[in-house]
Structure formats: structure tokens, C-alpha cells
Ligand binder design. Structure first.
Ligand code: PGA
Length: 240
């Protein structure tokens, strides 16, 4: 794992977007694994800027996303499909048919099977971007006695529900379940880019940097197993 220390969120976003933009420039058919949440927004803004400046072409880029809330319509502003369209897909020349976010309504068992099949067909991504939960979750793989390898319906922890309530009118409005990629699929990428910004992530970053154990109760520890992982952190997340 390569630790990349940044002064602030702007620098973190630039480091992350440089990695992704280079991958797209090197391979116009690049396959990207993307993430939602507040952390990658700056990265997406930089990619949109590069596209607007004529330095990036998304015409043949394909994407998969890590997760989606259960029971929220894709048109709802809180859905992760909406987030991706709003922050990136609607702002660049990507073919929406080449973008994939789990469908988390109706028959969830079918959705899980469909997403696993899609991931299998999609194959290894050139890069996977992910944020981290304050509790060390990655995608929506929450601390537990065991972790899923493949796509699953997961229960969000109380901590995650509280953390994500900042995006909703109230805590009660936060979905209690999500469909999430499992760890084996989340790590099926040539380059893994893990982002941590702000004080709320400090404890998780400190724990990761001081642990010698892989622990299902701390899913973030599993990123140390990836052969080409960048942990990009800003000063607040690093120093507290
Ligand atoms: P955040 O969420 O980027 O909004 O902090 C990250 C996560 O929960 O994985």
C-alpha cells in the first residue's frame, strides 16, 4: 500500500483525478470502478473540468459502481444512480449504457444475481476508487464477523446511518439496507485508489496505519492485501 499524504481536500482530489485521468488517456476503453459519497466529488469535478478542456474523452469508457441504497428510486436525488449522473455521467460524453449502478428495488435477490453476473462479464477494472466509512467500512461492507466476497444485500450499521443522515432530512429517512459489491469484486482492479478526507476519518486511518492484522471487524484492513493500492489522505485525516 502506498500512502499519499496531501495538504488538503483539493490536493487529494487532484492526486486522485490525475491517476484516473492518466488511466483514461492511456486507454480510451478504460474500465472504471466508481464510488459515491462526499469524498470523491472533488475528483469528479476535476474529471469534468478536464473533459470540458478537451483533455479527456469518455466515449468508450465503461463504469461500475460499488453500491446502492435499497428501496430508493433511481430518480430520487438520494439514490447513488442519481449521484453519479449528477456529478459525472451527465457532465461528460459517456454512454449511459456503459455505466452500471446496482438496481436495488423490487426483487433484490435477482438484482444481486444480476450484478454479480454483470461484474463477472465486466472483468477486471483498470482502477477502482473508494472512500472509507468512519467505522472502516469499504463500499457498504460493514464491520462484522464475516465479510462478503460478492454482491450482497447488507444492513447498514447505526453508525453509517447516522453518518449518512447528513444527506437526508432526518435519520429516519436513511435507508437501512443497501446492495453492495463484496470485497473480492471490489478489489478486482489493477489499481485501487482509497480516499480519506477530514477529521471524521482520522481514527480509521490511524487504526489502519498501526494495525498488523487483517480483521473482518475492520474491513479497511483488507486494502493492504491489494498489490497496487494508493491510500490518499489529507492532513486532517492523517494527523487528526
Ligand atoms: P463519504 O462516505 O465519502 O461521504 O465520507 C464514504 C463511505 O461511507 O464509504
Amino acid at each position: 500500500m502506498k500512502l499519499v499524504l496531501c495538504k488538503n481536500y483539493e490536493e487529494l482530489s487532484k492526486k486522485a483525478s490525475d491517476i484516473v485521468a492518466t488511466i483514461i488517456r492511456d486507454n480510451p476503453n478504460a474500465k472504471l470502478g466508481l464510488a459515491t459519497g462526499s469524498t470523491p466529488i472533488g475528483l469528479y469535478q476535476n474529471l469534468v473540468k478536464e473533459y470540458n478542456d478537451g483533455k479527456l474523452d469518455f466515449k468508450n469508457v465503461k463504469t461500475v459502481n460499488l453500491d446502492e441504497y435499497v428501496g430508493i428510486d433511481a430518480k430520487n436525488t438520494q439514490s447513488y444512480r442519481y449521484f453519479m449522473d449528477f456529478n459525472l455521467f451527465d457532465r461528460v460524453n459517456i454512454d449511459k449504457n456503459n455505466t452500471n449502478v446496482p438496481f436495488a428495488q423490487g426483487n433484490l435477490e435477482e438484482s444481486v444475481k444480476d450484478y454479480d453476473k454483470l461484474l463477472e462479464d465486466f472483468g477486471q477494472r483498470d482502477v477502482q476508487v473508494m472512500g472509507i466509512g468512519a467505522n472502516g467500512h469499504i463500499a457498504f461492507n460493514e464491520p462484522d464477523t464475516k465479510l462478503n466476497m460478492h454482491t450482497s444485500i447488507v444492513d447498514l450499521t447505526e453508525e453509517t446511518i447516522i453518518a449518512n443522515s447528513r444527506f437526508f432530512d432526518s435519520k429516519e429517512d436513511v435507508p437501512k439496507k443497501a446492495i453492495s459489491m463484496g470485497l473480492a469484486d471490489a478489489f478486482n482492479c489493477k489499481t485501487l485508489v482509497v480516499l480519506a478526507s477530514g477529521l471524521s476519518k482520522h481514527d480509521a486511518v490511524e487504526k489502519l496505519l498501526n494495525t498488523t492484522k487483517i480483521d473482518t471487524q475492520f474491513p479497511l484492513s483488507f486494502i493492504t492485501l491489494h498489490p497496487n493500492c494508493y491510500l490518499i489522505v489529507d492532513e486532517e485525516a492523517y494527523k487528526g
